[in-house]
Design a binder for this molecule. Structure first.
Ligand code: ATP
Ligand code: MG
Length: 229
């Protein structure tokens, strides 16, 4: 059994380059208290997804540290790390499988927990409206979902793993304002239950975030609440 984390994230002097000579992140320092809701904004190419990739251990930084609950993220076992974080990617993908299987993703998750996750993602009603409810095939050959609807399924999928830290990389394109508002509501309701680090392309999505970081050329240019920026 793995230790339950509180989800406190601390980034110190983080610098990263994909290739030598082109720094993508430069001396990033950030503290995200457990259970808080942080938003990340910035122009395309400013390093938002890269920062998230480092937080998820997809890459490791050339210098600096990332700590969760005071432990360097490199120190966690894969099992513990995977059980502790949830990711909603910028380009959500669907399996050619039922809505239920798209949320469970091969994990043994009870029906009740799948529905709880779908409700938290505000996608339960949508799924019930599909021809065969949770048994409706999605993805290839199945129901055609918009990017926004795919992101809601991806939020349910991430929440079904009961993460302590939820990473969301908002889809860049084709999100209707209704779905965008649903994402906003879902994130607000999760505040205090899970640490949220959400990259947003629309400031409205993270309007109510505890703190918003503005990335500019790989540096934190500004930080504050929505009305302060
Ligand atoms: P967007 O808003 O378009 O999603 P972003 O802020 O997420 O942008 P990143 O994807 O982090 O930006 O990219 C930051 C910089 O790193 C860009 O110059 C990009 O071209 C470069 N980059 C991103 N991924 C890679 C990669 N896998 N290999 C090399 N360079 C990369
Ligand atoms: Mg990105």
């Amino acid at each position: 059994d793995v230790q339950m984390l509180s989800g406190d994230v601390n980034i110190a002097h983080l610098s990263f380059a994909y290739s030598a000579g082109h720094p993508v992140l430069q001396d990033v320092n950030l503290h995200v208290p457990a259970g808080s809701f942080f938003g990340v904004v910035g122009h395309t190419g400013s390093g938002k997804s890269t920062l998230m990739s480092l937080l998820l251990r997809f890459y490791s930084a050339q210098s600096g540290s990332i700590r969760i609950d005071g432990h360097d993220i490199a120190a966690f076992s894969d099992e513990h790390f995977r059980a502790s974080v949830g990711l909603v990617p910028q380009e959500p993908f669907l399996l050619a499988a039922s809505a239920r299987e798209n949320i469970a993703m091969g994990r043994s998750i009870s029906e009740a927990d799948i529905i709880t996750a779908a409700k938290a993602a505000h996608v339960h009603e949508f799924i019930l409206q599909l021809e065969h409810g949770y048994d409706t095939p999605l993805g290839e050959g199945g129901a055609r979902l918009s990017t926004g609807q795919k992101q809601l399924i991806a939020i349910a999928r991430a929440l079904a793993g009961r993460p302590r830290i939820l990473f969301l990389d908002e889809a860049t394109s084709h999100i209707d304002s209704e779905t965008e508002q649903i994402v906003q509501i879902a994130l607000n309701e999760l505040r205090g239950k899970v640490t949220i680090i959400a990259i947003a392309h629309r400031l409205s999505t993270i309007r109510d975030a505890d703190s918003i970081i503005v990335l500019n050329h790989g540096k934190i240019a500004e930080q504050g609440q929505h009305q302060e920026l």
